[in-house]
Design a protein around this ligand. Structure first.
Ligand SMILES: [Zn+2]
Length: 204
């Protein structure tokens, strides 16, 4: 009864799962930490699970997510979904970048359930990414599955690899856009979308 500390054993990996954990254990040692101390005992398993969640987009299937949520309509005005929050990880440093996605499309007799658009964003955000590719992949996927007259996607993000490392430009953000179809060829369509997004960004 000298100590009331619980004896915690390192859990053996379950088949396939937790296979990242031993590597995290080694990384902790390499960083000069003591992986056996109280606060770090379960850290390798937690990191393992966190990384699998943050990269779960690789294992998602767009068609399954859509599950037929395409509807025939006569509506032909622009559909805009703004301020979709996302969290991703940059493929260069495996540090988070996060921000908002704004999506618009001009329907061609079909619309997609509005709730599906944030889920499509997650498919591509929950991977190792660069912001430019995330923007393109969201636009191209909507183009493919909805087959609209055009798609516009704007991503605003802040990158931990810029905020936390040497550069330390804490307020620096990056904006990227992808314009397909009418959003590329028709200035007024693009301007309508940009005006809607800017309206929000100016806080008005
Ligand atoms: Zn980075």
């Amino acid at each position: 009864m000298r100590s009331n500390k619980a004896v915690v054993k390192v859990m053996p990996p379950k088949s396939g799962e937790n296979s990242i954990a031993p590597h995290i254990h080694e990384i902790l040692k390499e960083l000069g930490e003591n992986p056996g101390r109280d606060g770090l005992q379960r850290t390798p398993q937690r990191v393992d699970q966190a990384l699998r969640f943050l990269t779960s987009g690789y294992r998602m299937d767009v068609q399954k997510i859509l599950n037929g949520a395409l509807y025939d309509v006569k509506y032909d005005e622009m559909v805009v979904v703004k301020d979709i929050e996302f969290f991703s990880m940059c493929e260069h440093h495996m540090l988070p970048f996060f921000g908002k996605v704004h999506v618009a499309y001009l329907p061609n007799k079909k619309v997609i359930g509005l709730s599906k658009i944030p889920r499509i964003v997650d498919v591509f955000a929950r991977r190792l990414q660069i912001q430019e590719r995330l923007t393109q992949e969201v636009a191209q996927t909507i183009q493919e599955v909805v087959d609209p007259v055009g798609v516009g996607v704007i991503v605003e993000a802040r990158h931990f690899c810029m905020m936390m490392r040497g550069v330390e430009k804490q307020h620096s953000g990056a904006m990227t856009s992808a314009m397909l179809g009418a959003f590329r060829t028709q200035k007024e369509t693009r301007d309508e979308f940009l005006a809607l997004v800017n309206h929000r960004m100016n806080g008005s």
